[in-house]
Design a protein. Structure first.
Lengths: 356, 222
């Protein structure tokens, strides 16, 4: 279990505003992801756990060991924390071969066992053929595997990764995710990683913490968060939603329905607890949840007329941009058939309307 | 013309010893200045650099006072080794040290500080002690700059005159280094001898500077 409660204040500088980190992370999952924009405090959190940064207040616990406690003035040095750290630049020692890098991490073992362990790791991370090379002779993916292997050789209590996918192309990224899944199944070391890549959260994350301006604004499993962003801030940070302003027209708890006005159209959805008639709310809907089709007569139930502004190809189809800042995904074939059509109808799902 | 090459050998021996001492102590001081926070750090930094700006006579005077036969340190040295320190070739090593040490500390500190901190952090997260990080990671990574700094320090201690003549004196065959011998030759009107020695020491200095420039990353002595 990793439990970190951290507070650290950075006073305003000549060209920076004051920054306050006030975050709490508690996780038992195998892979936890810290997600958020740059400058939100993710790496600072990681560095506080590793001991490179001393928080002003709070406490860091891994399993039953206290690594930092502001109240009793406990601050273990990084080397006593046994927190494996994989740096963004991998930080492989450039003057040592790959094997020497791994041996450096397992110095505490007797010679024979060290050799065996290092060889085991080289095999496990498919680095055996490269053991004699120096880091500058390796590709990015190989350096990364070596860096993860080196961190694991020191038998850490927790493995911390700082934006491991930064600067890797799609293939290497997929490879990294494979490596992480292998680490997850072969080692019992929990992983805590920083990322600002949403797909990564889904690919490897069991639990996700969303950081914004030094605070954790939401946590949960990735599907939970995608399904129910807790606030407008979270929805904006995830950046995958249409965010539309709407007014609550009617609310009927008995029939579990409500109706909303979006511009000059009316939408129906499930009852909204905690909202009142006349409230202005944010409608939050993903482009792939909308169905778009060429306009054919009057708009029907939960349908909104919209004018096509543009289209961008996506891996799965086309993303259409409409007026009202509305985005909707359609299959490519459907778009090709109707590409000269300007007038479209966008249909909202009646069950899954998310309102913030 | 029969040239006595003793001053050259003495100078090389003195420079080599003083550089060796400077590396051992200089690395340690540079490490403290680069990575440790302590009270009076700036004072230490200034003290280390002081010999670079003080007149040699002032330095020599201080050393005479501190190392002289009547001083506690002088007595201690005499008690240990059985002979006084001042006006021996060992005193010339001390004199040279005061020129090589500041150069070495300044450059080595810069070299150590220029090593990317993520390497030391990575080593720490792997459980390595500070000593191990210093000897296995930081110093090897700064190796070329440190060697270049040592070469410069060697060249500088080869040519010390003022402090040497004040605390080691000018005893031919015993404490007369090359720089002092040149002064002696000019004073006694032996121009031919002075010319040869001047050319020799210039050539050696040039060679060392060339080596240092080859070793150093551009930004240090560029």
């Amino acid at each position: 279990m990793i439990h970190a409660r951290l507070k650290k204040r950075f006073p305003a500088g000549p060209d920076s505003a004051e920054f306050l980190l006030d975050a709490e992370i508690r996780t038992q999952d195998a892979v936890s992801v810290l997600f958020g924009p740059s400058g939100a405090g993710k790496t600072l959190t990681l560095n506080s756990i590793a001991g490179f940064v001393r928080p002003d207040e709070g406490r860091v616990m891994v399993d039953d060991d206290i690594l930092f406690d502001g109240a009793t003035n406990v601050h273990l040095p990084p080397r006593a924390r046994r927190c494996g750290y994989v740096f963004q630049n991998y930080a492989l020692f450039p003057h040592m071969t790959l094997r020497q890098n791994l041996e450096f991490a397992s110095q505490f073992r007797p010679t024979l066992e060290r050799r065996r362990k290092v060889n085991e790791m080289l095999d496990l991370f498919r680095l055996a053929d490269l053991a004699g090379r120096k880091p500058h002779e390796l590709s990015g993916g190989q350096k990364q595997r070596c860096s993860i292997a080196r961190a694991l050789l020191a038998e850490p209590r927790v493995l911390l990764l700082d934006e491991p996918a930064q600067g890797l192309d799609a293939i290497l990224r997929a490879e990294l995710h494979d490596v992480l899944r292998n680490v997850r199944s072969s080692f019992s070391t929990p992983i805590l990683m920083v990322t600002h890549d949403l797909e990564e959260c889904f690919a490897v994350g069991d639990r996700m913490f969303i950081f914004h301006e030094g605070k954790v604004v939401q946590q949960g499993t990735p599907p939970e968060i995608f399904d129910k962003p807790a606030s407008l801030t979270v929805a904006r940070l995830l950046g995958i939603y249409n965010l539309l302003q709407a007014d609550v027209l009617t609310l009927d708890p008995g029939r579990n329905t409500c109706s909303l006005r979006l511009g000059d159209c009316e939408l129906a959805g499930p009852y909204l607890p905690g909202k009142f008639k006349g409230d202005r709310v944010w409608l939050c809907v993903r482009p792939e949840e909308l169905r778009a089709s060429p306009r054919d007569g009057k708009p029907g139930f939960n349908q909104v007329p919209a004018q096509l502004r543009g289209a961008t190809p996506r891996p799965g189809g086309m993303r259409l941009e409409f007026d009202r800042e509305l985005l909707a995904d359609v299959p490519r074939s459907e778009y090709e058939q109707n590409r000269h059509n300007k007038e479209w109808i966008v249909e909202f799902p009646s069950t899954g309307l998310r309102v913030l | 013309m029969a040239i006595d090459w003793f001053p050259l050998w003495l100078s090389l021996r003195v420079a080599a010893l003083s550089t060796a001492f400077a590396i051992v102590f200089g690395l340690w001081v540079a490490y403290l200045l680069a990575f440790r926070a302590f009270r009076g750090k700036e004072v230490v930094d200034a003290m280390v650099a002081l010999p670079l700006v003080l007149p040699p006579t002032v330095l020599g005077y201080y050393l005479l006072v501190v190392l002289g036969r009547t001083s506690p340190f002088g007595k201690f040295y005499e008690w240990i080794t059985g002979s006084p320190l001042v006006f021996t070739w060992q005193a010339a090593v001390v004199a040279a040290l005061f020129h090589s040490f500041p150069l070495l500390v300044k450059s080595t500190r810069a070299a150590l500080e220029s090593v990317d901190t993520s390497y030391a952090r990575a080593a720490r997260s792997l459980g390595a002690s500070e000593w191990r990080i210093f000897t296995r990671v930081t110093v090897p990574l700064a190796r070329r700059s440190i060697l270049a700094a040592a070469a410069i320090a060697f060249a500088r201690s080869l040519g010390d005159f003022g402090v040497t003549i004040m605390i080691a004196g000018n005893i031919p065959g015993r404490t007369q280094t090359l720089a002092v011998a040149i002064y002696d030759a000019v004073e006694s009107g032996n121009g031919a001898l002075a010319r040869v020695m001047v050319l020799v020491i210039s050539a050696i200095a040039l060679l060392i500077l060339w080596v240092a420039n080859r070793l150093a990353p551009r930004h240090l002595f560029g």
